[in-house]
Design a protein around this ligand. Sequence first.
Ligand code: F6R
Length: 242
Amino acid sequence: MNIRIFDTMQQASAAGAEIIAQAIAAKPNTVLGLATGSTPVAMYKELIRMNKAGEVDFAKVRSYNLDEYIGLDGTHDQSYRYFMDDNLFNHVNIDKANTHVPCGTGADHAADAKHYDEMIDAAGGIDVQVLGIGNNGHIGFNEPLTPFTSMTHIVKLTDSTREANKRFFASIDDVPTHAVTMGIHTVMQARSIILMAFGEGKAEIIKKTVEGRPEIAVPASLLQLHEDVEIYLDEAAASKLS
Ligand code: F6R
């Protein structure tokens, strides 16, 4: 793991955007693995700025998002498809047909999940995977104790994750109980990974992720077993590192 600590979230996000822009410059049809949540928003803003300035061209880029809530379709403003359109895809020259978010509304979730992995394989695998991290160490919606071998699958969300995400919904009862997520193995198959974490609230889990031993109780700690991982932190998220 290569850990970089930046003074501010903006600086870390600009550096993250630079990694993506360089990947696309080297391979115009780069396959990106993308995350939602508050963490990547500033990086997406920077990518939008760079795209408008002619510094990055998404024309041939393909993308696969990590996860989606079960039961929310793309018109729901808390669906991850809506989030991606709103925070990135609508503002850059990406072909929407090349953007993929797992389907949370199909008739056969298991078949849809299997198909998602097949699509990623057919695209040649993920070149750069963007990750945030949950307070309990989840990556995607792979909660603690998710098997290392997991591919895209359906998960029951933990109370702590539903609690953390309720700020986006009218009440906790409106937070979906299940989600579809790329598995740990799906993520580990990416050629390179960038995990970002900002704010003091992430300091404890970042310490476990990078200084603890890799264990399925802390899914993000398994990234220690991947050979190309960048961890970009602001000062606050790095504040408990020894
Ligand atoms: C989102 C995702 C989640 C988030 C994590 C952190 O697609 O996969 O694992 O990255 O819950 O969320 P934020 O960034 O809101 O702190």
